[in-house]
Design a protein around this ligand. Structure first.
Ligand SMILES: [Zn+2]
Length: 307
Protein backbone atom coordinates (compact mmCIF):
# COMPACT_ATOMS: atom_id res chain seq x y z
CA UNK A 1 0.00 0.00 0.00
CA UNK A 2 2.82 2.37 0.89
CA UNK A 3 4.62 1.58 -2.33
CA UNK A 4 1.47 2.52 -4.25
CA UNK A 5 1.32 5.85 -2.43
CA UNK A 6 4.95 6.52 -3.25
CA UNK A 7 4.37 5.76 -6.92
CA UNK A 8 1.45 8.17 -6.94
CA UNK A 9 3.64 10.88 -5.42
CA UNK A 10 6.39 10.22 -7.95
CA UNK A 11 3.88 10.44 -10.79
CA UNK A 12 2.60 13.75 -9.42
CA UNK A 13 6.15 15.10 -9.10
CA UNK A 14 6.89 14.11 -12.69
CA UNK A 15 3.83 15.98 -13.92
CA UNK A 16 4.86 19.06 -11.93
CA UNK A 17 8.38 18.94 -13.36
CA UNK A 18 6.98 18.63 -16.89
CA UNK A 19 4.58 21.51 -16.31
CA UNK A 20 7.32 24.10 -15.97
CA UNK A 21 8.13 23.70 -19.63
CA UNK A 22 4.65 23.06 -21.06
CA UNK A 23 3.30 26.52 -21.90
CA UNK A 24 6.65 28.17 -22.76
CA UNK A 25 6.30 28.02 -26.56
CA UNK A 26 3.90 29.55 -29.09
CA UNK A 27 1.50 32.48 -29.35
CA UNK A 28 3.94 35.37 -29.82
CA UNK A 29 1.27 37.98 -29.24
CA UNK A 30 0.67 36.73 -25.73
CA UNK A 31 4.32 36.05 -24.92
CA UNK A 32 5.40 39.50 -26.01
CA UNK A 33 3.22 41.17 -23.38
CA UNK A 34 5.16 39.40 -20.64
CA UNK A 35 2.15 37.75 -19.00
CA UNK A 36 2.83 34.27 -20.35
CA UNK A 37 4.76 31.92 -18.01
CA UNK A 38 8.37 33.09 -18.09
CA UNK A 39 11.71 31.47 -17.29
CA UNK A 40 11.85 33.30 -13.96
CA UNK A 41 8.68 31.64 -12.68
CA UNK A 42 7.67 32.12 -9.02
CA UNK A 43 8.33 29.56 -6.28
CA UNK A 44 6.75 26.14 -6.92
CA UNK A 45 4.13 26.47 -4.18
CA UNK A 46 2.82 29.85 -5.42
CA UNK A 47 2.86 28.53 -8.93
CA UNK A 48 0.78 25.56 -7.82
CA UNK A 49 -1.87 27.80 -6.27
CA UNK A 50 -1.98 29.82 -9.49
CA UNK A 51 -2.52 26.67 -11.52
CA UNK A 52 -5.22 25.61 -9.05
CA UNK A 53 -6.92 28.97 -9.65
CA UNK A 54 -6.68 28.36 -13.40
CA UNK A 55 -8.24 24.90 -12.95
CA UNK A 56 -11.01 26.43 -10.83
CA UNK A 57 -11.73 28.97 -13.59
CA UNK A 58 -11.84 26.13 -16.14
CA UNK A 59 -14.27 24.23 -13.87
CA UNK A 60 -16.48 27.31 -13.63
CA UNK A 61 -16.49 27.60 -17.42
CA UNK A 62 -17.51 23.94 -17.75
CA UNK A 63 -14.48 22.81 -19.79
CA UNK A 64 -12.63 20.94 -17.04
CA UNK A 65 -13.77 18.15 -14.74
CA UNK A 66 -10.42 16.87 -13.46
CA UNK A 67 -8.84 17.41 -10.06
CA UNK A 68 -8.04 20.95 -8.93
CA UNK A 69 -4.53 19.90 -7.90
CA UNK A 70 -2.26 22.78 -8.84
CA UNK A 71 -0.47 20.73 -11.50
CA UNK A 72 -0.36 21.70 -15.18
CA UNK A 73 -1.60 18.31 -16.32
CA UNK A 74 -2.36 17.40 -19.96
CA UNK A 75 -6.06 17.55 -19.05
CA UNK A 76 -5.66 21.12 -17.79
CA UNK A 77 -3.85 22.14 -20.95
CA UNK A 78 -6.53 20.53 -23.14
CA UNK A 79 -9.22 22.43 -21.22
CA UNK A 80 -7.43 25.76 -21.87
CA UNK A 81 -7.19 24.88 -25.57
CA UNK A 82 -10.87 23.89 -25.68
CA UNK A 83 -11.84 27.28 -24.23
CA UNK A 84 -9.53 29.07 -26.70
CA UNK A 85 -10.98 27.20 -29.68
CA UNK A 86 -14.54 27.98 -28.60
CA UNK A 87 -13.62 31.70 -28.47
CA UNK A 88 -11.96 31.64 -31.90
CA UNK A 89 -8.40 32.00 -30.53
CA UNK A 90 -5.36 29.98 -31.52
CA UNK A 91 -5.56 26.91 -29.25
CA UNK A 92 -1.98 27.12 -27.96
CA UNK A 93 -2.68 26.48 -24.26
CA UNK A 94 -0.91 29.70 -23.24
CA UNK A 95 -2.78 31.74 -20.64
CA UNK A 96 -2.01 35.26 -21.81
CA UNK A 97 -3.95 38.54 -22.18
CA UNK A 98 -6.18 37.17 -24.96
CA UNK A 99 -7.13 34.05 -23.00
CA UNK A 100 -7.43 35.43 -19.47
CA UNK A 101 -10.66 37.43 -20.11
CA UNK A 102 -12.33 34.12 -21.02
CA UNK A 103 -12.16 33.22 -17.31
CA UNK A 104 -14.75 35.89 -16.44
CA UNK A 105 -14.59 36.96 -12.80
CA UNK A 106 -11.69 34.53 -12.19
CA UNK A 107 -9.44 36.29 -14.75
CA UNK A 108 -7.51 37.84 -11.82
CA UNK A 109 -6.01 39.16 -9.62
CA UNK A 110 -3.09 37.15 -8.19
CA UNK A 111 -3.04 36.41 -4.46
CA UNK A 112 -1.48 39.26 -2.53
CA UNK A 113 -2.98 42.08 -4.56
CA UNK A 114 -5.74 42.85 -2.05
CA UNK A 115 -7.25 42.01 1.34
CA UNK A 116 -9.68 39.11 0.90
CA UNK A 117 -13.08 39.44 2.59
CA UNK A 118 -16.45 37.71 2.56
CA UNK A 119 -18.31 38.09 -0.74
CA UNK A 120 -15.27 38.71 -2.95
CA UNK A 121 -14.75 36.73 -6.15
CA UNK A 122 -11.53 36.19 -8.07
CA UNK A 123 -8.56 34.04 -8.97
CA UNK A 124 -6.92 35.09 -5.68
CA UNK A 125 -9.88 33.61 -3.75
CA UNK A 126 -9.42 30.34 -5.67
CA UNK A 127 -5.72 30.41 -4.74
CA UNK A 128 -6.67 30.97 -1.10
CA UNK A 129 -9.16 28.07 -1.18
CA UNK A 130 -6.50 25.75 -2.57
CA UNK A 131 -3.85 26.84 -0.03
CA UNK A 132 -6.27 26.49 2.90
CA UNK A 133 -7.12 22.95 1.75
CA UNK A 134 -3.48 21.96 1.32
CA UNK A 135 -2.82 23.23 4.86
CA UNK A 136 -5.55 20.97 6.21
CA UNK A 137 -8.55 23.30 6.19
CA UNK A 138 -10.63 22.30 3.14
CA UNK A 139 -13.43 24.49 1.86
CA UNK A 140 -16.65 22.89 0.57
CA UNK A 141 -15.41 23.21 -2.99
CA UNK A 142 -13.16 25.48 -5.01
CA UNK A 143 -15.22 28.11 -6.83
CA UNK A 144 -13.25 31.37 -6.42
CA UNK A 145 -15.88 32.91 -4.12
CA UNK A 146 -15.35 34.02 -0.49
CA UNK A 147 -18.50 32.30 0.74
CA UNK A 148 -19.46 31.02 4.15
CA UNK A 149 -17.43 27.78 3.93
CA UNK A 150 -14.27 29.54 2.80
CA UNK A 151 -14.52 32.16 5.56
CA UNK A 152 -15.10 29.36 8.13
CA UNK A 153 -12.04 27.44 6.85
CA UNK A 154 -10.00 30.64 6.93
CA UNK A 155 -10.98 31.33 10.54
CA UNK A 156 -9.98 27.78 11.54
CA UNK A 157 -6.63 28.21 9.80
CA UNK A 158 -6.02 31.55 11.52
CA UNK A 159 -6.72 29.96 14.92
CA UNK A 160 -4.36 27.09 14.05
CA UNK A 161 -1.61 29.50 12.93
CA UNK A 162 -1.94 31.74 16.01
CA UNK A 163 -3.13 34.71 13.94
CA UNK A 164 -5.98 37.10 14.80
CA UNK A 165 -9.19 35.25 13.82
CA UNK A 166 -10.65 37.88 11.50
CA UNK A 167 -12.05 35.79 8.64
CA UNK A 168 -10.20 38.18 6.31
CA UNK A 169 -7.00 37.19 4.54
CA UNK A 170 -4.37 39.93 4.61
CA UNK A 171 -0.60 39.76 4.27
CA UNK A 172 0.01 37.89 7.57
CA UNK A 173 -2.43 35.12 6.66
CA UNK A 174 -1.07 34.92 3.14
CA UNK A 175 2.49 34.65 4.39
CA UNK A 176 1.47 31.91 6.90
CA UNK A 177 -0.02 30.02 3.93
CA UNK A 178 3.35 30.22 2.19
CA UNK A 179 4.82 28.04 4.98
CA UNK A 180 4.95 24.29 4.37
CA UNK A 181 1.72 22.45 5.29
CA UNK A 182 1.62 20.62 8.64
CA UNK A 183 2.65 16.95 8.59
CA UNK A 184 1.89 14.06 10.91
CA UNK A 185 4.79 12.42 12.75
CA UNK A 186 5.95 9.31 10.86
CA UNK A 187 5.10 5.79 11.91
CA UNK A 188 3.13 6.50 15.09
CA UNK A 189 -0.17 4.77 14.19
CA UNK A 190 -1.45 1.26 13.55
CA UNK A 191 -3.73 0.60 10.57
CA UNK A 192 -7.38 0.80 11.74
CA UNK A 193 -8.28 -2.03 9.32
CA UNK A 194 -6.12 -4.15 7.04
CA UNK A 195 -7.21 -3.10 3.56
CA UNK A 196 -6.13 -1.40 0.35
CA UNK A 197 -6.30 2.38 0.03
CA UNK A 198 -9.10 3.12 -2.43
CA UNK A 199 -8.78 6.92 -2.28
CA UNK A 200 -5.85 9.02 -1.12
CA UNK A 201 -5.55 12.28 0.83
CA UNK A 202 -5.60 15.32 -1.44
CA UNK A 203 -7.43 17.00 -4.31
CA UNK A 204 -10.55 15.23 -5.57
CA UNK A 205 -12.48 16.95 -8.35
CA UNK A 206 -13.08 20.54 -7.31
CA UNK A 207 -12.81 19.58 -3.65
CA UNK A 208 -10.26 18.09 -1.29
CA UNK A 209 -10.34 14.65 0.34
CA UNK A 210 -9.14 15.23 3.91
CA UNK A 211 -8.37 11.57 4.72
CA UNK A 212 -7.85 8.16 3.13
CA UNK A 213 -10.49 5.61 2.18
CA UNK A 214 -9.83 1.98 3.06
CA UNK A 215 -11.61 -0.64 0.99
CA UNK A 216 -13.59 -2.79 3.41
CA UNK A 217 -17.14 -4.08 3.28
CA UNK A 218 -19.70 -3.42 6.00
CA UNK A 219 -19.26 -5.07 9.39
CA UNK A 220 -15.43 -5.13 9.57
CA UNK A 221 -14.08 -4.36 13.08
CA UNK A 222 -12.42 -0.91 13.13
CA UNK A 223 -9.51 -0.51 15.57
CA UNK A 224 -8.12 2.59 17.27
CA UNK A 225 -4.88 3.57 15.52
CA UNK A 226 -3.26 4.54 18.83
CA UNK A 227 -4.22 4.80 22.49
CA UNK A 228 -6.26 7.83 23.44
CA UNK A 229 -9.55 9.23 24.66
CA UNK A 230 -12.83 9.09 22.72
CA UNK A 231 -13.86 12.74 22.25
CA UNK A 232 -16.78 12.40 19.82
CA UNK A 233 -19.27 9.74 18.76
CA UNK A 234 -22.38 10.09 16.65
CA UNK A 235 -23.53 11.35 13.29
CA UNK A 236 -21.28 13.97 11.66
CA UNK A 237 -22.23 15.99 8.57
CA UNK A 238 -21.29 13.83 5.56
CA UNK A 239 -19.33 11.45 7.83
CA UNK A 240 -22.28 9.30 8.88
CA UNK A 241 -21.60 7.48 12.15
CA UNK A 242 -18.29 8.87 13.34
CA UNK A 243 -15.82 8.23 16.17
CA UNK A 244 -13.06 10.69 17.02
CA UNK A 245 -10.17 9.75 19.33
CA UNK A 246 -7.68 12.26 20.82
CA UNK A 247 -4.06 11.11 21.18
CA UNK A 248 -0.87 12.64 22.55
CA UNK A 249 0.84 15.45 20.67
CA UNK A 250 -2.31 17.23 19.43
CA UNK A 251 -3.28 14.37 17.12
CA UNK A 252 -6.85 13.16 16.68
CA UNK A 253 -8.01 10.25 14.50
CA UNK A 254 -11.45 9.96 12.91
CA UNK A 255 -13.27 6.81 11.79
CA UNK A 256 -16.23 7.56 9.52
CA UNK A 257 -19.19 5.91 7.74
CA UNK A 258 -19.46 3.28 10.52
CA UNK A 259 -22.45 0.93 10.78
CA UNK A 260 -22.05 0.61 14.56
CA UNK A 261 -20.28 2.52 17.33
CA UNK A 262 -18.81 0.53 20.25
CA UNK A 263 -17.35 3.31 22.42
CA UNK A 264 -18.64 6.28 24.43
CA UNK A 265 -17.28 9.80 24.82
CA UNK A 266 -14.75 10.06 27.66
CA UNK A 267 -13.68 6.42 27.37
CA UNK A 268 -9.96 5.58 27.28
CA UNK A 269 -9.09 3.23 24.47
CA UNK A 270 -5.95 1.17 23.84
CA UNK A 271 -4.18 0.83 20.49
CA UNK A 272 -6.16 -1.77 18.55
CA UNK A 273 -9.26 -1.37 20.72
CA UNK A 274 -12.46 -1.69 18.69
CA UNK A 275 -14.22 1.64 18.03
CA UNK A 276 -17.04 0.10 15.94
CA UNK A 277 -17.86 -1.66 12.69
CA UNK A 278 -17.30 -0.33 9.17
CA UNK A 279 -20.30 0.60 7.07
CA UNK A 280 -21.77 3.00 4.53
CA UNK A 281 -23.47 5.71 6.60
CA UNK A 282 -23.27 9.38 5.54
CA UNK A 283 -22.27 10.68 2.12
CA UNK A 284 -20.89 7.58 0.40
CA UNK A 285 -21.40 5.53 -2.75
CA UNK A 286 -20.54 2.25 -1.03
CA UNK A 287 -19.10 0.79 2.16
CA UNK A 288 -15.55 1.75 3.16
CA UNK A 289 -13.67 3.22 6.11
CA UNK A 290 -12.83 6.91 5.81
CA UNK A 291 -9.83 7.43 8.11
CA UNK A 292 -8.77 10.96 8.90
CA UNK A 293 -5.96 12.37 10.98
CA UNK A 294 -5.76 15.90 12.35
CA UNK A 295 -2.86 17.73 13.92
CA UNK A 296 -4.14 20.57 16.14
CA UNK A 297 -7.23 20.67 13.94
CA UNK A 298 -5.46 20.56 10.57
CA UNK A 299 -6.20 17.54 8.37
CA UNK A 300 -2.91 15.83 7.48
CA UNK A 301 -2.10 12.87 5.24
CA UNK A 302 -2.46 9.79 7.49
CA UNK A 303 -0.33 7.49 5.29
CA UNK A 304 3.15 8.55 6.56
CA UNK A 305 1.88 8.21 10.14
CA UNK A 306 0.80 4.57 9.63
CA UNK A 307 3.31 1.79 10.36
ZN1 LIG B 1 -13.05 9.45 2.43
Amino acid sequence: MRRRALLTLLAAATVLAASSTVPAASNPAQTASGTAPAASSPAPRERSAEIAALQTALWNRGVYRGDVNGLMTPGTLRAVMRLQSAAGLVPDGVVGPLTRPLFGRLRGPVLGARLLRRGQVGADVAELQFLLSVHGFPCAHFDGRMGEHTVAALRRFQRFAGLPVSGQAGSRTQSALADPPPQAPAGVLDWPVVADVSSYFGPRGRGFHPGIDLAVGSGTPVKAAAEGEVVFTGPGAGYGLLVEVAHDGGLTSLYAHLSRIDVVVGERIETGGQVGLSGATGKVTGPHLHFELRLRGAAVDPLPALR
